[in-house]
Design a protein around this ligand. Structure first.
Ligand code: SF4
Ligand code: SF4
Length: 341
């Protein structure tokens, strides 16, 4: 049964953008929110997502556009000036595009651990509401996923969203194929709606404008002419730390037998190996560790390792930096550390 819902009067569609990475369930969350709005709250709505390279771990953006029933939605253009941005992983905030276009009176919800306030948030307009929820920890504790937590937080942050409609849609989505997940998702939703923190004095952008990020050293105006790559193989400079699922593989060298199976399945070639000579001069290849800068946290190595040398651990702030074994130590010297989130 739908009811009369009053959307905030922005003079435009009410627009929500999810910023996420494959595997965290942003597309499913967007579909649930839009379905609840259309089928149970009587709104007009549209939902669609854009994916990167279509693999678990790459960047995903999901868009929800809402309007009163008397206002048709005839556009499916990506949302560039959202009223709400929901960031499924705080590491994504390192990318300037994550906050792009957020409206001055808008809301940012981000999944982050307690006390985690990424420096990039200072770019926000001072008028933007900032909400943090430890979605990853709640999801792990409730055996659910971060998307259920974040739907709960979004529902609590936007009074026009009907809580029961959202829970009913969440239930209906999983009741058929994953009935065992219904109760866990509901607990995660409720905790997301109740345990978020409203952060004060975060944005420093003046006049309600999102501050521009610092220009990269090279852009299309400043790059050297002539199509010359002065640093061949420069993809090693890429920092892919945002491509994570919330989990990190952790290597226990004492259990590792250097069988190489993890290397066979790792899509990102981020395992670090050393070579040496054995007693009879035979080649010895040993696994030294993982360079998290290039991995996505897909957990294939963990699932493949027969000796349980690879285990998965929740990605807490600083863990990757502590455990990282650099693939390119020389690069580390040049960049002064190459921090990963
Ligand atoms: S699969 Fe496990 S045992 Fe084999 S090399 Fe990788 S971590 Fe070591
Ligand atoms: S190291 Fe493991 S978790 Fe990381 S990308 Fe490779 S297979 Fe996936």
């Amino acid at each position: 049964m739908s009811r009369k819902v009053l959307l905030p009067d922005t003079g435009q569609f009410f627009e929500i953008r999810f910023e996420s990475i494959g595997g965290l369930g942003a597309h499913a969350a967007g579909r649930i929110v839009a379905t609840a709005a259309v089928l149970r709250m009587g709104l007009n709505g549209a939902h669609f997502s854009s994916y990167g390279s279509e693999k678990k771990g790459s960047v995903v953006r999901s868009f929800i556009r809402l309007a009163p029933t008397d206002r048709p939605i005839r556009t499916s253009a990506p949302i560039e000036s959202p009223d709400v941005v929901v960031v499924f992983h705080s590491g994504l905030l390192a990318h300037p595009a994550t906050l792009d276009g957020i409206r001055p009176a808008g809301t940012l919800i981000y999944a982050g651990h307690a006390d985690e306030v990424p420096a990039e948030l200072a770019r926000l307009p001072a008028t933007t509401r900032v909400i943090r929820i430890d979605a990853q920890t709640i999801a792990i504790e409730e055996k659910s996923r971060a998307n259920a937590v974040l739907i709960g937080t979004l529902t609590a942050a936007l009074p026009f969203l009907d809580r029961q409609a959202m829970i009913d849609t969440l239930d209906a989505t999983f009741a058929g194929r994953h009935p065992e997940a219904v109760a866990a998702n509901k607990r995660a939703f409720v905790r997301g709606a109740e345990e978020f923190e409203l952060l004060e004095n975060i944005g420093c952008g003046e006049d309600g404008i999102l501050a521009s990020p610092a220009n990269p050293v090279w852009g299309y105006r400043t790059a050297p002419l002539g199509g010359v790559l002065p640093m061949p193989g420069n993809s090693v400079w890429n920092d892919l730390h945002t491509s994570r699922t919330g989990w990190l593989p952790v290597l226990d060298l004492d259990k590792c037998i250097d069988c190489g199976m993890c290397e066979m399945v790792c899509p990102d070639l981020c395992l670090v190996w050393s070579t040496g000579a054995g007693e009879e001069d035979q080649l010895i290849v040993k696994l030294e560790g993982i360079d998290y800068r290039y991995g996505k946290g897909c957990m294939r190595c963990v699932e493949t390792c027969s000796t349980l040398a690879m285990t998965r651990e929740a990605e807490t702030p600083g863990l990757a930096d502590r455990l990282r074994v650099p693939l390119f130590p020389d690069l580390l010297k040049e960049t002064g550390g190459g921090h990963v989130a």
